[in-house]
Design a protein around this ligand. Structure first.
Ligand SMILES: C[S@@+](CC[C@H](N)C(=O)[O-])C[C@H]1O[C@@H](n2cnc3c(N)ncnc32)[C@H](O)[C@@H]1O
Length: 311
């Protein structure tokens, strides 16, 4: 399948990034280049964009798709936690806006052949960067029952996590679990029929949990947010699109901490930590896509956009 992805909340992203000509922006999850294309158009003729993605297929596609904008765009195959090093190599001390569009691209879900979807019979890989880290197959066949239950509960918020973990361990005693469809079948069978969710596939939460674990998604986001404010010029913007409540909670809490600055325990008569607020939060509540966009692009359904400005 050729690369496919429909960018989410493009107008809102451009507004919150405050895209204006001649400035420098980062799309740290460039994917198919949909948002990047809109940003590059908004910041022409001299604005510059640095793109990053850990998926080599995304990078190859985005380089091709955004070629008409060269030399105003540079794209790196890397994890966004390495953004400080990437910018320093480019001799860019600070930028005017950074976008993170978390979650999966349509290509990863439907065309990558890496087992992200419970509807397809593919090898259980689930790595966004297939050159690094453990696959979902390794986790599913290698972790203990308790470890699996913990991951499925914590990252999938799955009430049947212990039964699913038990089902996985029983099944792998007979034969190694290698494919996404086989795992989906095991998960479905582990949930009693009358308790299977009706609005989503019974394996949805387990697949989300494994994907988060395989790609270290929450730790990576925490690490990035710890450094992002230092990469922004005064009035520079940080925009984050998240697609599930675990990510959104991390963004909300980290934004609040950066906006508060002071980390002294409550009750002290004067501040002793000396930390100053670094950002101003622009979205009291996360912005959501409207119903027209959700109808046209069901993947936008769970999107939440939070934005902040560097002080
Ligand atoms: C939803 S897609 C982005 C789509 C993109 N905004 C567009 O318009 O086409 C998310 C992308 O983020 C990438 N990604 C996720 N976590 C990453 C990380 N820690 N570092 C770099 N890229 C990451 C994924 O590989 C995927 O291509």
């Amino acid at each position: 399948m050729s690369y496919r992805h429909v960018p989410v909340m493009v107008k809102e992203v451009l507004d919150y990034l405050n895209c204006s000509p001649d400035k420098t922006y980062v799309d740290a999850t460039i994917g198919g280049g949909g948002h990047a294309n809109a940003i590059l158009q908004a910041i022409g003729p001299d604005g510059y964009l640095v793109g990053v993605d850990q998926d080599p297929d995304a990078v190859a596609h985005a380089r091709e798709f955004l070629r008409p904008f060269e030399p105003r765009v540079r794209i790196f195959h890397d994890n966004f936690t390495n953004l400080p090093q990437i910018l320093s190599r480019l001799h860019i001390p600070r930028v005017d806006g950074i976008l993170l569009d978390l979650g999966l691209s349509l290509y990863q879900l439907e065309g990558s052949g890496r087992g992200f979807s419970f509807l397809r019979d593919e090898p259980l890989d689930m790595r966004m960067n297939p050159e690094k880290g453990k696959t979902a197959e390794m986790l599913v066949n290698g972790l203990s029952e308790q470890e699996l239950a913990g991951i499925i509960k914590q990252y999938g918020d799955e009430p049947w996590a212990p039964r699913i973990a038990r089902g996985i361990v029983m099944a792998r005693r007979h034969e190694r679990i290698r494919s996404s469809l086989r795992l989906a079948e095991i998960v479905r069978n582990a949930i009693p029929a009358r308790h299977r969710p009706r609005r989503i596939h019974p394996a949805t939460r387990t697949f989300q949990a494994l994907r988060i674990a395989v790609n270290n998604e929450l730790e990576t986001l925490e690490r990035f947010l710890g450094e992002a404010a230092d990469l922004l010029n005064p009035k520079g913007r940080l925009c984050i699109l998240s697609f599930h409540s675990l990510e959104d909670r991390i963004v909300k809490e980290r934004f609040r901490a950066l906006a508060r600055g002071c980390i002294c325990p409550p009750g002290l008569p004067v501040c002793v930590c000396g930390k100053k607020p670094l950002i101003r939060i622009l979205t009291k509540k996360p912005a959501r896509p409207d119903s027209v966009e959700i109808n046209e692009n069901p993947m936008a359904r769970s999107a939440r956009l939070r934005a902040a400005e560097r002080i």
